[in-house]
Design a binder for this molecule. Structure first.
Ligand SMILES: CC(C)(COP(=O)(O)OP(=O)(O)OC[C@H]1O[C@@H](n2cnc3c(N)ncnc32)[C@H](O)[C@@H]1OP(=O)(O)O)[C@@H](O)C(=O)NCCC(=O)NCCS
Length: 192
């Protein structure tokens, strides 16, 4: 199904990811340069970026730079899709997934106009289901700040289990200069 090969030099797994996921209400597709304005709308929103490990974007050119880097990132196993609500093609959020050492990490963010309607869970379920069913992937994981309760909910509703608290794990520059605790959530294949 997915043409896969081991890069012996880096011991990295390279796999082909779907260009598109279709769920009940969403289409997840690869981002385009033309999406910059729509992505900037949420990437510049302090409320959306609050728990991220970067500051809100202040200029659309930063989003364009991010978008320009996507094709090369995709080739190296770091995938991003924008979420669009059918039949509209305008992005309302982004979900990313990166593969390393037989594990896939993922993260997501959504324009706050669309919060609370189950869209993040719907997107996360699609990506988690794809990743965990790849024979080469044994673990799908995500971390979130221990106070990010909406994200905790999304991860639990997507079938991940909390494995513990990572103490002083990551600086969230919008909150503090001191590293903050995070939860590690994962779904594993062949769990006994
Ligand atoms: C996290 C985020 C993607 C969730 O998106 P969403 O589409 O609203 O998520 P869903 O609707 O699928 O699920 C959210 C759940 O959290 C719940 N929730 C939302 N805010 C909450 C809060 N402050 N406390 C407790 N639960 C909360 C909702 O009620 C919902 O649960 P329910 O389905 O049982 O009612 C969105 O809030 C976001 O973009 N946040 C900023 C970026 C971010 O933090 N990303 C995650 C980084 S790890």
């Amino acid at each position: 199904m997915s043409p896969l090969f081991a890069d012996k030099d880096k011991s990295a797994l390279m796999l082909q990811a779907p260009e598109v996921f279709t769920t009940e209400r969403l289409i997840l597709r690869r981002p385009r340069l033309a999406d910059a304005e729509a992505i900037f709308e949420y990437a510049s929103d302090p409320k959306v970026i609050h728990y991220m490990d970067y500051r809100p974007r202040t200029d659309v050119s930063e989003v364009l730079k991010f978008l320009e880097s996507r094709p090369a990132e995709w080739e190296s196993g770091s995938f991003s899709w924008v979420l669009t609500v059918k039949p509209d093609d305008r992005p309302i959020g982004t979900i990313s997934c990166w593969v390393e050492d037989r594990a896939a990490g993922f993260g997501y963010l959504l324009n706050q106009k669309y919060w609370g309607q189950g869209y993040a869970t719907e997107a996360a379920c699609a990506v988690v289901e794809w990743a965990i069913n790849l024979p080469e992937i044994h673990r799908v994981w995500a971390t979130c700040d221990t106070e990010n309760l909406a994200s905790v909910k999304v991860l639990e509703k997507s079938g991940l289990v909390c494995e513990g608290r990572l103490r002083c794990y990551q600086i969230r520059p919008n909150i503090s200069t001191i590293p903050r605790d995070a939860f590690m959530y994962a779904k594993v294949r062949d769990a006994s």
